[in-house]
Design a protein. Structure first.
Length: 120
């Protein structure tokens, strides 16, 4: 038995189809340009080799330097038997948003977030 759609009774509006088509076109073009920019960035990084800065006409235009961060999830995935020895318990306080919403719905509603998604 299918699960009922929890949004079946939400308010709806008819969009101008031209507006939606323009939006779709821009998203597709932005993805193409982002993909192209990423390919060019990879080429720049490859051309830099072991250098940490790149020049054009004597002017520094790019850097590729190590940061203070590490890809911990990848490290733990690749070396589970080694990294398990560096695990430690940690106690932390967390905000109970669900309880806050129940106790103060009027305040919480002012901070409700929204997400824009295209229907599939």
């Amino acid at each position: 038995m299918p699960v009922p759609d929890k949004w079946a009774d939400e308010p709806v509006v008819d969009l101008d189809p031209n507006l939606k088509a323009q939006y779709d076109f821009c998203i597709a073009e932005a993805k193409k340009w982002t993909d192209q920019a990423n390919r060019l960035k990879d080429q720049i990084i490859n051309q830099m080799g072991t250098a940490t800065a790149a020049l054009v006409g004597g002017q520094k235009v790019a850097t590729y330097r190590p940061t203070s961060g590490y890809a911990e999830a990848s490290l733990r995935r690749d070396y589970p038997e080694l990294t398990q020895h560096f695990m430690r318990d940690q106690i932390r306080s967390v905000f109970d948003m669900d309880l806050f919403v129940k106790m103060h719905p009027d305040i919480a509603s002012k901070y409700q977030t929204f997400q824009f998604r295209l229907a599939e």
